[in-house]
Write a protein that binds this ligand. Structure first.
Ligand code: BGC
Length: 488
């Protein structure tokens, strides 16, 4: 049982009434202190969806960059523009750029705001594609790829935070998952463009979303949380007016947000020793590690071989199919995120990914020992599809979403940079070492290793990750301070 009562408040220049909840001390022994209840501030969501759609152009460009190498590299090699080993470098430079772009994005969004960081992202994307399309020779290709990676790193840190800080509680999961949906649409767009356009024309197409993002982001506001953190109260209310419906009580919502912000102290790195910061950081870092060690980038890379082994020789069709499955699965995830919650989706996804990798390992074990049943190729194709669906449902969209939810506002830039850096570093390690591990231990063992990581990820979520569905960012902050309970 909990008691909700109206209380008149006058605080930090705000006046009005607010609901105050006292949790039943017997049932919630951990949180006997009164806490503020975030009101539902949801109405028509058109304005918020418009702002989110403009922000999604960044993840779209990021997905387009990931997908680009798949159709472009074979063509670049065939034309003699890149050698085989240079192709490998071209692929990895995206990750190298992102490793630098992530922390840079964290600094940028703390100092100049979330929206400015997102707008800035368009510049390296635009010039990156420009170099790839028009600067002839390998230097141009390499430098362009590095710039696109740098921009992708910026996107992975700034867009999730922008979405989390502008969303209403009930739409945060759906819009957060929308980031991964935009990435997968970007990947599918470049796979599809590869069927009709040359590598240089594809690069010219890549400049379009960068330009669109630069222009449209002028029409979206800075996040109210960043404005309040920087003492801009009036601008924060104006920002909420731009994000909510016509008659929304924006002052009331601003008061809720400000109540949850710690405006007294400046953030310092030594604060990561405190449990209220070290715990969410540990959760976020591990979730990023598990996302990459689930083997997603290796499996996506391996899809063509799996399809060929099954006798479905057309590699372009295989990549487009995988792209389409990712988009479909992530779309379903957007619909389920605020209903089923993050934990349940992560657990279901991890189990199905682990199971499909186990069976895939068995298929390759049978192939290696020459005792494979006739339909082993088809079974492995089904496994890939189940695996990709599982990833799209949970381990694709949720790591970035959780990262954007669980840090206190004033540490969000620094902490997200660490999580994003971990993600890209692991992506680099997995994509670089995957072929080596496979040569040494064989494909079957490699798939079983990924299956093991997926099983560990399920245990980790079950034991350590709190459910953030339906909670305001301020409630989540209170939870890590030990002053409130979330369903764990
Ligand atoms: C991951 C990338 C991956 C992509 C695939 C993202 O969430 O961070 O490493 O390539 O999903 O859709």
């Amino acid at each position: 049982m909990s008691f909700v009562q109206k209380a008149a408040i006058t605080r930090k220049g705000w006046t009005g009434t607010m609901e105050v909840e006292e949790l039943d001390p017997e049932k919630n022994a951990l949180s006997p202190t009164p806490r503020l209840v975030s009101k539902k501030h949801d109405g028509s969501a058109c304005r918020l969806i418009f702002a989110a759609t403009c922000a999604f152009l960044g993840p779209f460009s990021f997905g387009y960059s990931i997908g680009y190498s798949s159709p472009a590299l074979p063509e670049l090699e065939k034309l003699g523009i890149l050698t085989r080993s240079q192709s490998g470098w071209f692929g990895s430079l995206l990750t190298v750029g992102a490793l630098i772009g992530g922390p840079f994005g964290g600094l940028l969004m703390e100092k100049f705001g979330r929206r400015t960081a997102m707008k800035f992202t368009s510049i390296p994307f635009f010039f990156g594609w420009l170099c790839i399309a028009f600067w002839s020779g390998t230097q141009g290709l390499f430098f362009g790829r590095f710039l696109c990676g740098f921009a992708s790193g910026l996107v992975t840190v700034s867009v999730p935070v922008y979405i989390a800080e502008t969303s209403t509680t009930s739409l945060r999961g759906t819009l957060g998952a929308g980031i991964q949906l935009s990435i997968t649409i970007g990947i599918l767009a470049s796979y599809s463009a590869g069927m009709y356009f040359q590598w240089s024309d594809m690069a010219i197409i890549g400049m379009i979303p960068a330009c669109l993002a630069f222009v449209t982001l002028y029409f979206v506001p800075e996040t109210p949380r960043w404005l309040l953190l920087n003492g801009k109260k009036l601008e924060a209310v104006a920002s909420l007016r731009q994000l909510r419906y016509e008659h929304a009580d924006c002052e009331d919502e601003c008061r809720d947000i400000e109540e949850g912000l710690d405006l007294k102290e400046q953030f310092t790195w030594s604060e990561f020793k405190k449990p209220e910061l070290s715990r969410p950081l540990m959760i976020s870092v591990f979730i990023m590690i598990f996302q990459q060690f689930s083997g997603i980038n290796a499996i996506m890379f391996y899809t063509v071989t799996i399809f060929k082994n099954a006798g479905l020789g057309i590699s372009e069709l295989a990549t487009v199919l995988v792209g389409a499955v990712q988009v479909g699965g992530t779309f379903v995830s957007c619909l389920l995120m605020d209903r089923m919650g993050r934990r349940r989706l992560l657990i279901i996804a991890g189990l199905s990914m682990s199971l499909s990798l186990l069976v895939m390992g068995w298929c390759y074990h049978k192939l290696d020992t020459g005792s494979s049943p006739a339909d082993v190729g088809m079974i492995s194709v089904i496994c890939v599809v189940v695996y990709i669906l599982g990833f799209s449902l949970g381990w694709g969209p949720i790591p970035m979403l959780i990262m954007s939810e669980i840090f206190p506002s004033r540490a969000r830039g620094a902490a997200s940079s660490i999580a994003v850096f971990t993600n890209w570093f692991c992506a680099f390690v997995v994509t670089k070492e995957f072929l080596f591990v496979q040569d040494v231990f064989g494909a079957a063992t490699t798939f079983w290793m990924f299956a093991f990581f997926c099983a560990c990820s399920v245990m980790f979520v079950w034991r350590k990750v709190p459910e953030t569905k339906g909670k305001s960012l301020e409630d989540i902050e209170l939870f890590f301070l030990g002053k409130s309970t979330l369903i764990v």
